[in-house]
Design a protein around this ligand. Structure first.
Ligand code: FAD
Length: 417
């Protein structure tokens, strides 16, 4: 009989871990409650963007070799990081939503305000390199789209782009929305769903085609389909002969949503059971060994037993870690996080100080197998911690969030016996 694994959390780390476990022949169950950070963040995979002094990293994989063992990548090791990212690239290609990028190279992608940020792997709709080949950039805004400013992006691109001969302009697209959405702000997801319809697509195509002159690149919010598919991108490429790059917009994040759907589709095809609205609230542990975890649903308490458990419940943002004044803890296995009692020491006085913030690095300490430890002592022998719950990195400062999530998920899933 195959061995079993229960994964707690259905964010990027939990879903990717599930894919790897199922591929390795484990009976895999994901207990998922609430939305992961993907719903707010984009689907781009930062691996390592800036060192601790804020210097841009060109080769993330090479940099990982220099990290201490307190950093999650230091525990995972560069070889496993490379294998994890290449596996992610391969799975996304098989799912016909092929991520782009090279694990040895950071690319610069435009942000939702027209600045640039380093990242490593990008969804097919965010190929930063296209900017270098464009003679004309047209920034598209959409009437009614909340907090998305095409003129601001345009202005900042003019300031930031080295290629002075490139013409940069902006324009606004008007799509008709039914009365139900006319009563509220329009989100990028509404527009993406609209462009997935034949009428919406034709309307959009007709409004942009007169802007195509020479090598034209359109920069737009993430609206090129609500599904993890390149059909719309490919169709536009053929029908109007232009390129497109999406930039982020206000949540719900469409690129994050597509990545989540892609991973769920892959996992389900591999036979993973994903149980939603399953809030894990406790565990049964004896002699450092977990036998089951418990969920509290609408009706009753359920127990989920397994040979192994992967804790992918995220950080404070996803409720995987809980904070109180002077205290932080993980609530399912009751793991205390070593934090200063004096809350003032949790952060530097100013948020943007050009160095990592202490609070951002707090999380669960582990050994090199990602099993939780306290002062070097193993706490649980069949529980592995992945993703944002791990200690030792400030994803926001160093630009490593989804990279650590994917690589730790792969590492833990590969270690199960
Ligand atoms: C605003 C924002 C922007 C970001 N931008 C980027 C970016 O551009 N690039 C990048 O690489 N990274 C980015 N990140 C970081 C990245 O999104 C996270 O590091 C990564 O998604 C963490 O994934 P995770 O699976 O570990 O956690 P999460 O995504 O938080 O998922 C954890 C899941 O577990 C669930 N859960 C929690 N407790 C329980 C429980 N008791 N029972 C069942 N389920 C539970 C949560 O509801 C959630 O669904 C960003 C993060 C944020 C917040």
């Amino acid at each position: 009989m195959s061995k079993s694994v229960v994964i707690i959390g259905g964010g990027i780390s939990g879903l990717f871990a599930a894919c790897i476990c199922a591929k390795r022949g484990f009976k895999t169950t994901v207990l998922s409650y609430g939305q992961g950070a993907l719903a707010a963040a984009g689907g781009i995979i930062d691996v390592f963007g800036y060192d601790e002094k804020g210097k841009l990293i060109h080769d993330p994989l090479e940099h990982i070799n220099s990290l201490p063992s307190s950093h999650p990548y230091g525990k995972i090791g560069a070889e496993n990081v490379e294998a994890a990212l290449n596996t992610f690239l391969k799975l996304s290609a098989e799912a016909k939503y092929p991520y782009k990028g090279d694990v040895h190279k950071n690319q610069m992608v435009p942000t939702g305000i027209g600045t640039f940020k380093p990242t490593c792997l990008t969804p097919p709709t965010i190929d930063g390199d296209l900017i270098n080949h464009a003679d004309r950039i047209v920034v598209l805004g959409f009437k009614g789209l909340k907090d998305y400013f095409a003129d601001l992006i345009c202005e900042n691109l003019r300031r930031n782009l080295p290629k002075s001969s490139c013409e940069i302009l902006s324009t606004e697209i008007l799509l008709n929305f039914e009365s139900s959405s006319a009563c509220r702000d329009i989100s990028a997801l509404d527009i993406a769903r609209k462009l997935d319809t034949h009428v919406g697509y034709l309307n959009f195509r007709e409004q942009i085609k007169s802007y195509v002159k020479g090598k034209t690149l359109f920069i737009l919010p993430p609206v090129l389909s609500a599904s993890p598919s390149t059909d719309l991108l490919d169709l536009l490429d053929i029908e109007i002969n232009a390129k497109f790059i999406e930039v982020s917009a206000m949540p719900p994040s469409v690129t994050g949503y597509r990545t989540e759907l892609m991973l769920k589709n892959i996992a389900e095809k591999l036979g993973v059971e994903i149980i939603e609205k399953a809030h894990v609230f406790a565990s049964e542990v004896k002699d450092k060994h977990c036998s089951y975890v418990m969920t509290q649903g609408f009706d009753r308490i359920r127990k989920y037993s397994a040979d192994h458990f992967i804790l992918a419940s995220g950080g404070v943002f996803g409720n995987g870690l809980v904070t109180q004044m002077g205290r932080m803890y993980e609530p399912i296995f009751n793991i205390e996080i070593d934090v200063p009692k004096n809350q003032q020491e949790w952060s530097h006085q100013y948020l943007f100080t050009g160095r990592p913030q202490p609070f951002a690095t707090y999380g669960i300490e582990t050994d090199n197998t990602l099993r939780p430890t306290n002062k070097g002592q193993l706490l649980l022998d069949n529980v592995y911690v992945v993703g944002r719950a791990l200690a030792g990195y400030d994803f926001c400062f160093e630009k490593s969030g989804n990279g650590v999530a994917i690589c730790s998920a792969y590492h833990a899933a590969s270690l199960l016996e």
